[in-house]
Design a protein around this ligand. Structure first.
Ligand code: NAD
Length: 510
């Protein structure tokens, strides 16, 4: 059965359990809505504990054999999966744009960044090597091996429905675990297409399972006695709940959460490069990136550049993601749009200056889309709501400071620590910033410094719980447990007085 499409009705998104796609028996269903048109694309079930339990049971059964599948077999499935994702990139991007709203080039980027993790996962042979020390005592060796931990679960957000599931399940299964994935209920169809490709690539039944839903499904995964690890990406309030619930139920947990990313613009920055990067990072993907620049910290004379920032922001084209040349697509839902507009209104009410107001934008041909045009707010102080809240929309707030020290202190005092950047021509300034800033991902004249998969995604303070990241070497550590073995071998021939090199020993096995 196809996982999404069904003739003569609104399609339903299926569950993948034990290698078979099937309809949920839930009585609670949500619409998946095209954010540019409000067209209902499909319906997604909100699974209850019974269906989660079935998925976990299937994963537990599959783990019994998958954990000993040869490394080469696991790696070859990843090689095949990357080939299939390349084959279907356009199809995946079209689905992603329809259900999430981002532009087609951005959607292809979403797929590509996930694909890079799959490529990296194919190198599991060298990534998962253990270590050995010979002669820790006379004739005794100690070594460690990395073993899979069992059934793992992943819970993903709406903003990267290809990349973030691909941060998780390829790394989990290539290390020998089995997986239950719960994509965002707002845009699960792209993730389902990826799971179909994983099955086509040869992932055995039960090794990857897909369930749907919200709090009830997530809470069951976090408390199920068989689940050993939970990887979560999403907002802070849900992430803190997931971390507490999963860890108090004895599971490994990693939660990558919300952000308020500061870009520091020094007066010596290469002006055009810096402002182009700033505007792209603030408004691309309609600001719905966890690594979007949402705060520009202008230092000293860089404050004269506010009109230039406004002009560049004004020049961006707001339209449906399917229209060529679109820079800013719609935000995910009517509720998200209302929330973002409410925060802009609050900024004005609290005395900030709205230099560019993207509310009430009209888009020809798409009267019902959730559009907000780029919005620039200056005169912002740390107590203003537009500064304290993660807006997650195409809104750039500007804070003015006099010195680099002030910019660093401001950034470090913010509760979030996901990403940051500095624009400067001075190596000494960049070096000081890199050294003193308390943020996970740092860009130096690079606006969105998401690390490639041979490194790991990270985050500090309020943006992350758990010490290991979701891809790269850290994910190998997250999804495996270390077993040390201390070994001593006896030379039986010698014990029995045979001719084995003349070792004469009195060791007795009694
Ligand atoms: P969200 O927290 O609303 O949802 C994330 C997941 O949690 C979804 O699968 C959802 O179904 C589930 N969920 C929602 N409410 C729940 C509840 N009460 N209990 C249990 N589970 C629940 O996040 P979102 O709106 O989908 O995504 C946007 C957020 O994700 C932003 O805060 C963004 O910064 C963050 N994000 C962070 C990173 C990162 O790597 N740090 C990456 C992408 C997105």
């Amino acid at each position: 059965m196809a996982a999404v499409l069904q003739p003569n009705a609104i399609p339903t998104v299926k569950l993948l359990i034990n290698g078979a796609w099937r309809n949920s028996t839930s009585s609670d269903w949500r619409d998946i809505v095209n954010p540019a048109t409000q067209e209902v694309l499909a319906r997604v079930p909100m699974c209850g504990a019974d269906e989660i339990d079935e998925a976990v049971k299937s994963a537990a059964e599959a783990f019994k054999t998958w954990k000993n599948a040869p490394i080469g077999q696991r790696a070859r499935i990843m090689l095949k999966l990357q080939e299939l994702i390349r084959r279907d990139t356009k199809k995946l991007a079209a689905c992603l744009t329809a259900e999430q709203g981002k532009t087609l080039p951005d959607a292809e980027g979403d797929v590509f960044r996930g694909l890079e993790v799959v490529e990296h996962a194919a190198g599991i042979g060298t990534l998962s090597l253990g270590e050995m020390a010979e002669n820790v005592a006379t004739g005794v060796d100690t070594y460690f091996i990395r073993q899979p931990i069992g059934v793992c679960a992943g819970i993903t957000p709406f903003n990267f429905p290809a990349m973030i599931p691909l941060w998780m399940f390829p790394m989990a299964i290539v290390t020998g675990n089995t997986f239950v994935l719960k994509p965002s209920e707002q845009d699960p169809m792209t993730t389902v297409l990826l799971a179909e490709l994983a099955m086509e690539a040869g992932v055995p039944a039960g090794v990857l399972n897909v369930v749907h839903g919200g709090k009830e499904a997530v809470d069951r995964l976090c408390t199920h006695p068989t689940v050993k690890a939970v990887s979560f990406v999403g907002s802070c309030h849900v992430g803190e709940h997931v971390y507490n619930l999963a860890s108090t139920h004895g599971k490994r947990a990693q939660c990558m959460m919300g952000a308020k990313n500061h870009a520091i613009v020094m007066p010596d920055a290469s002006k055009d490069q810096a402002l182009n990067a700033l505007v792209g990072a603030a408004f691309g993907a309609a600001g719905q990136r966890c690594m979007a620049t949402s705060v520009a910290v202008l230092v000293g004379e860089a404050n004269n550049w506010i009109p230039d920032i406004v002009e560049k922001a004004k020049s961006l084209k707001v339209n449906a993601g399917v229209i060529a040349g679109t820079d800013v697509g719609p935000v995910i839902s009517k509720q998200a749009k209302a929330r973002i507009e409410g925060l802009i209104a609050k900024g004005a009410a609290e005395g900030c200056k709205i230099d560019l107001d993207g509310r009430n934008v009209k888009v020809d041909g798409y009267p019902n889309g959730n559009f907000i045009a780029p919005t620039v707010i200056s005169g912002v102080k740390p107590h203003h709501t537009v500064y304290t809240e993660e807006i997650f929309g195409p809104v750039l707030v500007i804070v003015s400071v006099d010195t680099l020290d002030e910019a660093i202190a401001l950034t470090n005092a913010n509760p979030y620590g996901n990403g940051t950047g500095i624009f400067t021509q001075s190596g000494a300034v960049a070096r000081k910033f890199q050294n003193e800033i308390d943020v996970g991902q740092v860009g130096i004249n690079v606006p969105i410094p998401v690390p490639v998969p041979y490194f790991s995604f990270t985050g500090s303070r309020g943006s992350k719980l758990g010490d290991l990241g979701p891809y790269g070497k850290q994910a190998v550590h997250f999804y495996t447990q270390v077993k040390t073995v201390t070994a001593r071998w006896f030379d039986d021939a010698a014990v029995n007085g045979g001719n084995s090199g003349g070792v004469n020993t009195t060791i007795s096995l009694k």
